[in-house]
Ligand binder design. Structure first.
Ligand code: FES
Length: 127
């Protein structure tokens, strides 16, 4: 299914922050960065923390558990962009005062299988 689902109203998510919402049985993190709403899979591909509760700066969210960083616009794992590890990004649109997210069934299913790569291979944690 490719429907858009209303998750919140414009103004519900402060600039520079994220919120998590259940959409079609999946947790989605929705962020407001630079005036733009972005949505990614809320479940960190490392060990499952809620990314929406992480620190957001310049379009990058830092996971609250082990500080992996992800681009909230395309889901890239910013600590190791060449890795196949990433989180899924979802289309967002504003209709009236509603923030809507499109979560497809196939994206929901495939985003759970990418946790095999070791987190210590090539990322260098920032002190
Ligand atoms: S759970 Fe997100 S970095 Fe470990």
């Amino acid at each position: 299914m490719t429907e858009f689902h209303t998750v919140a109203k414009v103004g519900d998510i402060p600039e520079g922050e994220g919120r998590s919402f259940a959409v079609d049985g999946k947790m989605v993190g929705v962020f407001l960065t630079g005036g733009e709403y972005c949505a990614i899979d809320d479940t960190c591909p490392h060990m499952g923390a809620s990314l929406a509760s992480g620190y957001l700066e310049d379009g990058a969210v830092t996971c609250p558990w082990h500080a992996w960083r992800f681009c909230v616009k395309d889901g890239t794992w910013l600590d190791n962009p060449d890795s196949r590890v990433k989180t899924t990004a979802f289309p967002v649109r504003i209709v009236g005062d509603e923030i809507q997210v499109q979560v497809t069934a196939s994206e929901s299913e495939t985003s759970n299988g990418s946790t095999e790569e070791s987190p210590t291979d090539s990322s260098e944690p920032t002190a």
